[in-house]
Design a protein around this ligand. Structure first.
Ligand SMILES: Nc1ncnc2c1ncn2[C@@H]1O[C@H](COP(=O)(O)OP(=O)(O)OP(=O)(O)O)[C@@H](O)[C@H]1O
Ligand SMILES: Nc1nc2c(ncn2[C@@H]2O[C@H](COP(=O)(O)O)[C@@H](O)[C@H]2O)c(=O)[nH]1
Length: 209
């Protein structure tokens, strides 16, 4: 795939990936584009089909997977999630930096492809704080909350293994985590291809103005 180098954001459910990513996209409109995943879970209040996710059924999604339409897919907390080739191509076609939000299984599968993204893990300060954030978000049943906490324990262990992520950000203070994320994207841009550097130059010229 051609175009600017994508960015994978991963980390436990409730760590703050969507919060950080939405802010990045809102503050720097036209620079970043979200790879809209498919999922078989039900939409949450306020979530829009085609914007937050492509909400679908297991049968339809499985058919797409069997047809080779997905670069990766995973079972998470009782539902199927996946990144379609079209989701990424749509963003790259607009010459935007593609941001993917995937779990640790997705990270492993993407490493087997030629996507070559920057891998960033967003981690919570502790399991206790993660649980509080997930409960306060009020999106989960007790059963799905427990599944997410179990997955989080595995994720937190794996994220510390050398070579899995390029960077790990601990999202304790939201402002600090956001600044760190912006700094990483700025630093990484120096080593990237011309298109990406061009976009970053455009981006930093815009925020300096
Ligand atoms: N630094 C922070 N301090 C306190 N609360 C936070 C912080 N960052 C995020 N939150 C809150 O924690 C909750 C979980 O954040 P968010 O939904 O962004 O997590 P996520 O990693 O995207 O989760 P998921 O993978 O389930 O989509 C939200 O209610 C959000 O407002
Ligand atoms: N492997 C993939 N994981 C994905 C994808 N889209 C989202 N996710 C991850 O799922 C969990 C739960 O998300 P939620 O929206 O139900 O809270 C979270 O860790 C996401 O990162 C995907 O396409 N592939």
């Amino acid at each position: 795939m051609s175009g600017p180098r994508p960015v994978v954001l991963s980390g436990p459910s409730g760590a703050g990936k969507s919060t950080l990513m939405k802010r990045l996209m809102r503050d720097h409109e036209g620079i970043f584009g979200f790879s809209v995943s498919h999922t078989t879970r039900n939409p949450r209040p306020g979530e829009e089909d085609g914007k937050d996710y492509h909400f679908t059924t297991r049968e339809v999604m499985q058919e797409g997977i069997d047809n080779g339409d997905f670069i990766e897919n995973a079972e998470f907390s009782g539902n199927l999630y996946g990144t379609s080739k079209a989701a990424i191509e749509d963003v790259l076609a607009m010459n935007k930096i593609c941001i993917l939000d995937v779990d640790i299984q997705g990270v492993k599968r993407i490493k087997e492809t030629d996507l070559n993204p920057i891998y960033i893990s967003i981690q919570p300060p502790s399991m206790e704080i993660l649980e509080t954030r997930l409960r306060d978000r009020q999106t989960e049943t007790e059963e799905s909350l427990q599944k997410r906490l179990e997955a989080a324990r595995i994720d937190m262990e794996l994220s510390n293994e050398p070579g899995v992520f390029d960077v790990v950000i601990v999202n304790d203070d939201l402002e600090k985590a956001y600044e760190e994320l912006k700094d990483i994207l700025k630093d990484v841009s120096k080593t990237l291809n011309d298109t990406f550097s061009y976009l970053f130059n455009k981006y930093f010229a815009a925020i300096a103005a």
